[in-house]
Design a protein around this ligand. Structure first.
Ligand code: SF4
Ligand code: SF4
Length: 154
């Protein structure tokens, strides 16, 4: 269900642009409001919907299972620690769901520029940059030893 922006509610803050993994939320240079430049490339991850402080982003269901007249609204309330969903069906029924926010607190993940530069030996290491610390795993990542591999594999 790709997203679209109610441009009258959007204030152009750009949070949706920053968070979109598909890089399809852009700010219109004339109106300074966000819009989805390519709904077909939407991952339907809802990250932008939950990130929008103005609740200005909505989702459009595919016609085959979400006919005209329905709506799905999402409200993220960090002060309550909840994400609330309101689903309205075309026949007027409504369903409400409330889930806890389970993601890492915003702004608490350091950017790569804040972390030490890996040394040259890191090129020969199978761990990705800043692993295992970035995964909160103490004592190194679990790894197979040669004797655990199938016979014949070298
Ligand atoms: Fe981007 Fe996900 Fe929003 Fe689609 S739902 S526009 S992929 S952040
Ligand atoms: Fe507009 Fe919401 Fe995107 Fe901010 S996060 S630019 S208010 S749509």
């Amino acid at each position: 269900m790709p997203t679209f922006v109610y441009m009258t509610s959007c204030d152009g803050c750009g949070h949706c642009v920053d968070i979109c993994p598909s890089d399809i939320m852009h700010i219109d240079t004339t109106y300074r409001r966000a819009y989805n430049i390519e709904p077909n490339f939407c991952w339907e991850c809802y990250s932008c919907v939950k990130a929008c402080p103005q609740n200005a982003i909505d989702v459009r269901g595919y016609a085959e299972f979400a006919p005209m007249g329905h709506s799905v609204r999402v409200l993220r309330e960090p002060e309550k620690g909840t994400v609330s969903w309101k689903v309205k069906f075309r026949d007027g029924r409504e369903k409400d769901f409330v889930s806890p926010i389970r993601t890492t607190d915003w702004g608490t993940i350091p950017s790569p520029a804040d972390l030490p530069v890996p040394d040259a030996d890191a090129l020969n290491n199978q761990e990705l940059a800043h692993e295992p610390d970035a995964l909160n795993i103490e004592g190194g990542l679990p790894a197979l030893t040669r004797d655990q591999l199938k016979q014949g594999v070298v």
